[in-house]
Design a protein. Sequence first.
Length: 601
Amino acid sequence: MQLQVLNSPFTEEQAELLNRLLPSLTESQKVWLSGYFAASANSIALGAPAGQPAQSQSVSKEVTILYGSQTGNSKGLAKKASQALEGIGFKATVSAMSDFKLNNLKKVQNLLIIASTHGEGEPPDNAKSFHEFLFGKRAPKLDGLQFSVLALGDSSYEFFCQTGKDFDKRLEELGGTRLYPRFDCDVDFDEPAGEWLQGVLGSLNEVQGGSEASAPVPVGTTQTAESMYSRTNPFRAEVLENINLNGRGSNKETRHLELSLEGSGLSFEPGDSLGIYPENDPTLVELLLQELTWSPDEVVTVKQGDARPLKDVLTSYYEITVLTKPLLEKIAQVSTNVELKELVAAGNEDKLKAYIESRDLLDLIHDFGAWGESAQEFVSVLRKIPARLYSIASSLSANPDEVHLTIGAVRYAAHGRERKGVCSILTAERLEAGDTLPIFIQHNENFKLPVNQDAPIIMVGPGTGAAPFRSFMQEREENGAEGKAWMFFGDQHFVTDFLYQLEWQKWLKDGVLTKMDVAFSRDQAEKVYVQQRMLEQSKELFQWLEEGAYFYICGDEKHMAHDVHNTLIEIIEKEGNMSREKAEEYVAEMQQQKRYQRDVY
């Protein structure tokens, strides 16, 4: 876009200079300049010298930002919000909810809550204590509080953004006033999070007597200082190795993937995750296109300046394998199908939930027909393919310029068709050495090795849950850690499913791993799981906890992690000669000390 002299306040010479400069700027540079000018204008409007923040005596310039995060997204957004606030003269304090002194809440005047929802509407681990406090009898009256909530979630789950909704409602009940309305973000959260932050900045400026900031705020999650690559700008990593870890005859297929990070500048620590942006199964895309009346080559726009053929966007941009309640509600608004409108109507929630389970876009079109008068209208209601996060299975110290993953292939039958996991089957069936994947690092400070390398660690990771503990062992071996280490591993069969068996045995022999207990559920008549092995070793396990051991769980949340959690409490209750309540307090104290950490999904 060229700047015209006639409709601007610039001279011809200034306009020429700007027209030469603007095309050379990156988006982040343009945003930075916009924010700078907005802040400068605000300072002048309030009578402050240019370049200095304007102050108000009547309203606090301090903003507290509390985040509840399981994988790190909320923390990244909290940091971005802090930077944006400080850029317009506010003093921002950022804290994980678990680190915030609860009694200080009544002293806060401006509060921003950024919280994800975990599992079935649960707060993330580092938000549980704050959530309990806010909904308990000790919660204070907050009549002088201004607040706003940014809720992160995944609309494929029933209780979408529930934690954020809970906080928003409760803060109002306690007397707080909304500074800006709550925003609920799906997995592709950058744009709505940016809009929310822009609104918050504008509201704060308005309260201070200034003008609302007009610059859009970039809010992508933080990236490493050395790398230009991030969640919003992924790195194309070359596949070095892709092998099946399971033996012949196994009921499972688990891929060990090694990717090159050479030239990326990306770094990570044990406990972090790797995000992959996958592509949809080409066979499913073809079946979908056969049901549609539009040409695969018809061009559609996915966002401003990004137009592609329909086949391309169905392959690499839009989610086609998952149905959600919000999606069906959007489609029902533009569809003429009466049965679909009835399905999403109030009172039919159970029917809708049952229909969504294990169905995809192809099922929906089979049952209710396509919607929209054009391909553009058809795709306009779809959401972007979310990245898949996998626990990193290697140490960067032990494997420089590489990252390893452990991915279980997902295949199952439902509603008369074979179904496949989007990313897991991409890696299992269509990915070879030399191919590349768009990836980014997802830092996770909630799942980390102890700073004190002499501290004992207990790891519970059946199946692919062993991945981060492989990285733990590699790191401790590399660093010469002296602390004791105990691994609980489980799977179906010893012969075919003992993932990384030789590595565990070597670590045991070399003393990097002190003790290992295994549970292979299908090798005997009665199934045996990791929590039963824990119970068998309850006395020694409790002794390790008393010595200050860190306890880690990785894997399935709904069943395994839940059972292991209850077993841990049971062991503490029995061996510590405590009541159930006291045992639960013991675990809560471990969580507070960051000695109980989970990476569950």
